[in-house]
Ligand binder design. Structure first.
Ligand SMILES: Cc1ncc(COP(=O)(O)O)c(C=O)c1O
Length: 349
């Protein structure tokens, strides 16, 4: 029986044989003491890619974002984020509890807001929440928005508004390389427009663990002490950092294949009667789609689709997310479309 076509997320990617070899060979040391050469190599490579002074390797994007927020703010401050962003959603308990900030959400279509939205949020904060905005965050690509690329021109205008108010701009670049490959904008340009930037190694890049936060040396000094306070000090982390460095060297350009596969998937889904692709045209590796008039509930749908070994992420049935990645080829895309057609329209359709 064929393996499952797992389209739930790009976090399900597995390390490749080349990556595993790089990890097995990695020179390691006590990273908490700054003595792990592989962690240092990853941090230096990451900082250079984005034109920043320094970087810090984290076990997760959640922890890296939290430390960035805490380093830029004081308890009680406001931060601006798109309402549907990861920071305002899944990470909000962490940032509101551990960094003690209030999140001012902007309801932005596909997660892309404007400089005017930011100016308004900054002006409104004192009366809305008895607080001042001390940080603006933008998610690029925007996950819940459907892998949308935050246009560089919009980020530049936002940065100008932030600059006038002496407020830093942090990019949650969990999937920044998808944005870069799709838009042709270099990582260095995203680095230049932001004061700090986090990216994940463990998503489309295919590394098993980790994220990197880049910024100025002073900022990273603050980040380090916050990270250590919350248990983010790692020891021989070079084994996993080496997987991340391998991913940066070998897996960025190939993200174009994932984007191609996502567009093919969206085109196939559009051909299924009763299915609507929400985020057409698909920009990167995420496809959002809806089964308009479902003839069964989620458990039956899951069971029938599961029998064809296709896995999707339920985004509030009958809305789904499908994500293409390192482990998904053209044949998998065809198999997924076929299986969905069979479940939705019936066999032989
Ligand atoms: C946009 C975005 N930011 C941050 C994160 C958090 O990353 P991690 O799962 O490594 O904590 C995710 C995870 O899915 C994400 O999609």
């Amino acid at each position: 029986m064929a393996e499952a076509v797992d389209l739930r997320s790009d976090t399900v990617t597995l390390p490749t044989p080349g990556m595993r070899r790089a990890m097995a060979r990695a020179k390691v040391g006590d990273s908490r003491r700054g003595e792990d050469p592989s962690v240092r190599a990853l941090e230096e490579h990451s900082a250079a890619l984005f034109g920043k002074e320094a970087g810090r390797f984290f076990p997760s994007g959640t922890m890296a974002n939290l430390c960035a927020v805490a380093a830029w703010t004081r308890p009680g401050d406001g931060i601006v984020a798109s309402s549907a962003s990861h920071i305002a959603g899944r990470e909000s308990p962490a940032v509101s509890h551990l960094a003690s900030v209030v999140i001012l959400g902007i309801d932005a279509p596909e997660g892309i807001f404007s400089a005017e939205d930011v100016a308004e949020a900054i002006a409104a904060a004192p009366r809305r929440v008895e607080s001042n905005v001390r940080l603006v965050t933008a998610e690029n690509t925007h996950n819940a928005g459907g892998g949308t690329v935050f246009p560089l021109a919009a980020l530049k205008r936002i940065r100008t508004v932030c600059g006038k108010a002496s407020i830093p701009l942090h990019l949650d670049g969990s999937r920044i390389f998808n944005a870069s490959i799709a838009s042709g904008v270099s990582p260095a340009s995203y680095g230049k427009v932001s004061n700090s930037l986090m990216f994940c190694l463990s998503k489309g890049l295919g590394a098993p663990v980790g994220s990197v936060l880049v910024g100025s040396r002073d900022f990273l000094k603050d980040v380090r002490s916050i990270a250590l306070r919350i248990g983010g000090g790692m020891r021989q982390a070079g084994i996993v950092a080496a997987g991340g460095l391998y991913a940066l060297r070998h897996h960025i350009e190939r993200l174009a294949e994932d984007h191609d596969n996502a567009r093919t998937l969206a085109a196939g889904l559009k051909e299924i009667p009763g299915v609507e692709v929400i985020n057409a045209p698909v920009e990167t590796n995420i496809v959002l789609f809806r089964w308009k008039m479902p003839s069964m509930g989620l458990p039956a749908f899951r069971e029938q689709l599961g029998a064809g070994k296709v896995l999707l992420e339920d985004r509030g049935f009958p809305l789904f997310r499908a994500v293409t990645h390192l482990g998904i080829g053209k044949k998998d895309v065809s198999r997924a479309v076929r299986a969905l057609r069979e479940v939705i329209v019936g066999r032989g359709s």
